[in-house]
Design a protein around this ligand. Structure first.
Ligand code: SF4
Ligand code: SF4
Length: 60
C-alpha cells in the first residue's frame, strides 16, 4: 500500500507534481497539492524527485 505525505508548509502550489505524475495522483486545491488518487500511484517517485521544495514523501 502506498502512502503519500505532502508537507503543506513546504508546498508552494507550483504544480510540478501535477504535471510530472503519469497517473494523475495530484490536484491543486487552494494552491496546495492534494493526493486525490493515491491508489493509482506507480511508485515511480517522479513527484518526490522533482518537487522543488522537497514537500513530497512517497512511502511504500
Ligand atoms: S511539486 Fe511540490 S511544491 Fe509543487 S505543488 Fe507539488 S508538492 Fe507543492
Ligand atoms: S510516485 Fe509517480 S505515480 Fe506515484 S504519485 Fe509520484 S509521480 Fe505519481
Amino acid at each position: 500500500m502506498v502512502k503519500i505525505e505532502i508537507d503543506l508548509e513546504k508546498c508552494t502550489g507550483c504544480g510540478t507534481c501535477v504535471d510530472v505524475c503519469p497517473s494523475g495522483v495530484y490536484e491543486l486545491r487552494d494552491e496546495k497539492s492534494v493526493a486525490v488518487n493515491v491508489d493509482a500511484c506507480l511508485l515511480c517517485r517522479a513527484c518526490e524527485i522533482q518537487c522543488p521544495n522537497s514537500a513530497i514523501k512517497v512511502i511504500e
